[in-house]
Design a protein around this ligand. Structure first.
Ligand code: ADP
Ligand code: ASP
Ligand code: MG
Length: 414
């Protein structure tokens, strides 16, 4: 795919357009950006908390809102946002057009609530750009081959931004948000977290998939495959944020690039399963059939022929996972199952973790000093993750961040 020089994709998150004044501020920013780029595509999330409000509305009328109807409902938030921004741009003399995912050919698979983009037919977008317009596209949604509306999972507008940037061969995908860039910790938890000027795609993927909400991990994966640079930056200022691209220099310097946390998880344990070939395969096949993603797996032998399998799932998958493991209990494949929802995960991320001895030990030591017990540990080349009781999470993040970044971490008001 040839890189379209001067074609920029900007994505604005919900907090950046949470009220009419902010929509106007974004419209003015988009107008200013047009002075420096030839072709501009803007992907927008729903305004403020409107997706949460739509979820709450659905929960008031249905015990388990999901599937097709839920996606049709959730997708409406982005439609409000694009048309509003487009009106504000037109009012300021900018020739803008808003398009839904259906109107601009963003095709997904048929997995409602968690769809994946399969292709983008860029003809309509390119036609509008050729006509000199700014194209404003709904994030977070797509359309199946049979014309059903789907959504891409929470935070999915980043994925739309990345996929549109990849399909158009943009020179950059700008993720415009309410923070200055990718920081060494969530600034809502840690005051004085460090802003990186550049990190690698791999570091961004690890940070995002272990809880740094600033970017969706799939957005970083898509941009990595198509070699589209990402620039995570503030929606409110013109200052440079964090560049994510190949060959970044920070990779060679920082041992730890971030301390991340994830509260929305649960831990599930099956006791006394058969310790023989095929047990784990059967369990995780059954979970996969229900589209349940697994975060972490630990198997340990409890006696000669019996084993214990523990795994961590995102909160959204807990009910589905419980259905599977309860069947294992009733059919006596496991003597018991334990479901713990009051757990959380804290991770340190860095591309030099594996090659720098002692980093994991430092993390464990400061947690111990705080009297925080570690329930499970997992590690990979770029990550050490600990599962702890969720009530200790904020303290754990502050203390671990302080160990690696020497900040006096304090809570942010509000
Ligand atoms: P948007 O509405 O723009 O998509 P999100 O709320 O999804 O914004 O993501 C931005 C938020 O991500 C920030 O307000 C911040 O609290 C949070 N965040 C978590 N971890 C990090 C991190 N390491 N760096 C920057 N922001 C982070
Ligand atoms: N509006 C959607 C959400 O709240 C998508 C997004 O914000 O990226 O999850
Ligand atoms: Mg987001």
């Amino acid at each position: 795919m040839s890189r379209a020089d001067g074609l920029v994709v900007q994505k604005y998150g919900g907090t950046s357009i949470s009220n009419p004044d902010k929509v106007i501020a974004v419209a003015e920013r988009v107008k200013r950006r047009l002075a420096t780029v030839k072709r501009l595509v803007v992907v927008v999330s729903a305004m403020g908390d409107s997706t949460d409000e739509l979820v709450a509305l659905a929960q008031k009328v249905s015990r388990q809102p999901r599937g097709r109807e839920m996606d049709l409902l959730l997708a409406s938030g982005e439609q409000v946002a694009v048309s509003t921004l487009s009106l504000a741009l037109q009012d300021r003399g900018v020739d803008a057009i808003s398009l839904t995912a259906a109107q601009c050919g963003i095709r997904t698979d048929g997995v409602f609530n968690l769809a994946r983009i399969r292709s983008i037919d860029t003809r309509r977008i390119v036609g509008e750009l050729d006509a000199g317009r700014v194209v404003i596209i709904t994030g977070f949604q797509g359309i199946t081959e049979s014309d059903e509306i789907t959504t891409l999972g929470r935070g999915g507008s980043d994925v739309t931004g990345a996929a549109v940037a990849a399909a158009l061969g943009a020179s950059v995908c700008e993720i415009c948000t309410d923070v200055a860039g990718v920081l060494s910790a969530d600034p809502r938890l840690v005051v004085g977290a460090r802003k990186w000027s550049e990190i690698s795609y791999e570091e961004a993927i690890e940070l995002a998939s272990s809880g740094a909400k600033v970017l969706h991990p799939r957005a970083a994966e898509i941009c990595m495959s198509y070699e589209i640079p990402i620039h995570v930056r503030s929606s409110f200022t013109d200052e440079s944020g964090t560049w994510i691209r190949s060959g970044g220099s920070i990779m060679e310097q920082a041992e730890v690039v971030g301390v991340t946390s994830d509260k929305e998880i649960a831990k599930i344990t099956l006791l006394n399963v058969a310790d023989r070939p095929g047990t784990a395969a059967q369990l995780f096949e059954e979970l996969a059939e229900k589209q349940i993603g697994i975060r972490l797996i630990i198997q340990s032998a409890s006696s000669e022929s019996r084993a214990r399998i523990t795994f961590i799932v995102d909160e959204q998958f807990v009910d589905g996972a419980v259905e599977v493991v309860e069947k294992w209990k009733t059919s006596q494949l496991a003597s018991d199952v334990l479901v713990e929802r009051d757990v959380a995960k804290i991770s340190i991320i860095g591309s030099r973790l594996a090659s720098t001895p002692g980093l994991a030990a430092r993390m464990f030591k400061v947690l111990a000093r705080e009297g925080i017990n570690i329930d499970c540990i997992s590690s990979s080349e770029m990550k050490v993750a600990c599962v702890i009781a969720s009530r200790h999470l904020e303290r754990a993040v502050k203390t671990v961040h302080n160990e690696f970044f020497h900040t006096q971490a304090q809570p942010v008001a509000g």
